[in-house]
Design a protein around this ligand. Structure first.
Ligand code: HMG
Ligand code: MG
Length: 300
């Protein structure tokens, strides 16, 4: 039995763009996100309140958030690594934030210059203040199916950390296959372990497509009852602190697969293509998504 409805969380404007070297202005990002807002997503990630020295591309996230046209039914989250980021989020009147953690000690240091234990303390502090301010919190976990620095990461450790994040007040934990090492049976083993600790309805999957496994891993996750997936318009992206990581699974490829299986996700594929074309023109390169390329080549 597959879920009848899938939630698609669009992460292209954050996970997608954070890795891009060319300077993308706040104005261009606003136009891009406004195009995404026409597609009927319920979740569009806008950017990050992180250090501009670490991730320069995200430095205009406050300006972008302020200027986008926001749909009432859509949430527009931004990532927050510490209380400085949270302060900026509060000043921008952000309604949903994402915290991030990992069960890989090496990746934790590379990504946030912080140990796992210190990250947990930071997150507790962030959540205490965010909850008081009626902010919704989503959590990310990186390297759940392998780490570029440590290799295999214990699924049990990931499950325990996921449990901590939900216990502290996050509404969902997105399990990130940061470098795309995962294959379908490993994905199912991971979900099995995590779902021993937290309910399936609180698990999302965030699958980078480096080895072309993301669609297969999504299907394997759906077979386990997972119904929330992060995708990136056109297949944009990567993580600046995970060498070799390519983009998240392309939104267009996921919608095409779901449409073909008769599974509803509510997102308009044709309108996603318009946003894809827009951003890839700015980036001056070809769209990664095979679905987008196939449809667009027929249209021209
Ligand atoms: P640090 O250098 O250890 O921090 O960075 P620090 O406390 O020593 O501060 C250094 C400077 O940064 C100070 O400024 C702080 O004020 C400033 P200075 O005195 O030098 O002028 N600072 C900040 N500025 C703006 N916003 C902040 C902030 N915090 C400190 N929030 C820090 C620690 C966490 C800040 C840094 O490591 C960082 O920003 N890391 C972010 C890394 C990142 O964004 N990674 C990508 C997102 S996660 C991801 O992509 C994975 C995911 O997609 C899932 C998956 O695929 O796995 C979610
Ligand atoms: Mg990612």
């Amino acid at each position: 039995m597959l879920p009848k409805h899938i939630s698609i969380n669009e992460v292209g404007a954050r996970d997608g763009l954070q890795n891009e070297k060319i300077n993308i202005s706040a104005e261009e990002k606003v136009k891009f996100i406004n195009l995404l807002s026409l597609c009927n997503y319920k979740y569009i990630e806008v950017g990050s309140f992180v250090s501009a020295k670490w991730v320069p591309q995200m430095k205009n996230s406050d300006v972008v958030y302020k200027n986008i046209i926001k749909n009432k039914e859509t949430i527009y989250p931004l990532l927050v690594p510490n209380t400085i980021g949270l302060k900026n989020a509060l000043e921008s009147d952000v309604k949903t934030i994402c915290v991030f953690a990992t069960a890989s000690e090496a990746f934790s240091k590379k990504n946030t210059n912080t140990s796992i234990e210190q990250t947990k303390k930071n997150i507790k502090e962030i959540l205490k203040i965010a909850i008081k301010n009626n902010i919704k919190i989503r959590a990310y976990m990186s390297c759940v199916l392998g780490c570029p620095y440590e290799g295999k990461v214990s699924y049990k450790k990931t499950a325990n950390l996921a449990n901590f994040l939900i216990d502290e007040g996050c509404y969902e934990v997105s399990l990130g296959d940061t470098v795309g090492y995962g294959t379908p049976l490993e994905t199912q083993k991971l979900i099995n372990e995590v779902s021993n600790k937290i309910n399936f309805s609180k698990i999302a999957m965030h699958l980078h497509d480096t080895y072309g496994q993301a669609l297969a891993n999504i299907y394997a996750s759906m077979q386990m009852g997972i119904s929330s997936f992060d995708t990136s318009v056109g297949g944009l992206g990567g993580c600046p602190y995970a060498k070799g990581a390519s983009g998240n699974v392309a939104t267009e490829d996921v919608i095409y697969m779901l449409n073909g299986m008769g599974v509803d996700c509510g997102v308009d594929l044709q309108k996603v293509l318009v946003a894809s074309k827009f951003i890839y023109k700015i980036l001056n390169r070809n769209i990664v998504s095979k679905t987008a390329s196939a449809i667009l080549s027929k249209q021209t």
